[in-house]
Design a protein around this ligand. Sequence first.
Ligand code: BV8
Ligand code: ZN
Length: 244
Amino acid sequence: MPSAAHTIPEILLQALRQARHVVVFSGAGISAESGVPTFRDAQTGLWSHFRAEDLATAEAYRQDKLLVWRWYQWRRQLLAQAQPNAGHHAIAALEQYVPQVTVITQNVDDLHQQSGSTRVLALHGNLRENICFACRRPGQAGPDDDTPPRCVHCGGSLRPNVVWFGEQLPTAIYRAAEQAAADCDLFLIIGTSGLVMPAASLPQLAQRKGATIALINAEATAHQDLAQHTLLGPSGTWLPALLA
Ligand code: BV8
Ligand code: ZN
């Protein structure tokens, strides 16, 4: 439970109470306490064992389909054990007393959706889904498929339905995210290093439009100078205290 050290500034609580539209912008940090490794945390970050450029790109898949496929299958196995944590649940509960809540997530783990949030804009896709590398139509794969199954429509190989580096974000989803950032009164940045574009430009858009910005993260990040409020520490502790 939150200790006295996790005292929320009264002015932030007031901004939350008065908010008509709250945006929650999340990254891998919000899922860390669910046991899903983040990308850049030194001790557990996936990238610390691999290089993003070697794995999360279409070029990497062309170069070494099995390596990339098996990395994603390994991540899906981790995800199969993961449950939403107190931070996800606090965000879902927000909908009971804020007229409009939009979750914009960079994560591909589906945990916001599983915790009950009803409006989730998944900018980078969904690790649980597969599409065909050639025709991009949906395809089915099982946890034991250690080679990418074939597309039933065109015979191409399946790939995870995520946005790789160098690939465009889904246009309608990103446009909805920009509209939410421009419309909201309160923009909460949760568990992201703020390095990946164009997602990391959304907080600036919210700030330009006059929203109150609050940041919750285990450590300082690039977005800190945008935030009126910075709460350093685990989101699984701060969010229940903020949204209780
Ligand atoms: C595009 C899906 C163009 C795949 C992901 C040079 C400069 C600027 C940009 C670029 C550049 N070179 C290339 C680019 C563009 C590139 C980019 O931004 N690169 C970065 C690395 C510099 N972007 C792209 O390629 C994007 N596409 O630009 O397309 C285009 C345009 C038109 C037509 C065609 C093409 C696509 C980007 C999407 C990439 N896909 N994911 C997969 O999952 O495998 S991004 C990946 O990183 C994840 O989605 C992840 O969410 C995301 C961001 O990372 P974070 O979520 O922030 O996670 P991270 O580990 O970094 O940080 C976690 C934080 O949490 C830490 O601060 C930690 O302290 C904190 N934390 C940890 N535990 C806790 C906690 N906080 C609170 N509580 C805790 N318990
Ligand atoms: Zn196909």
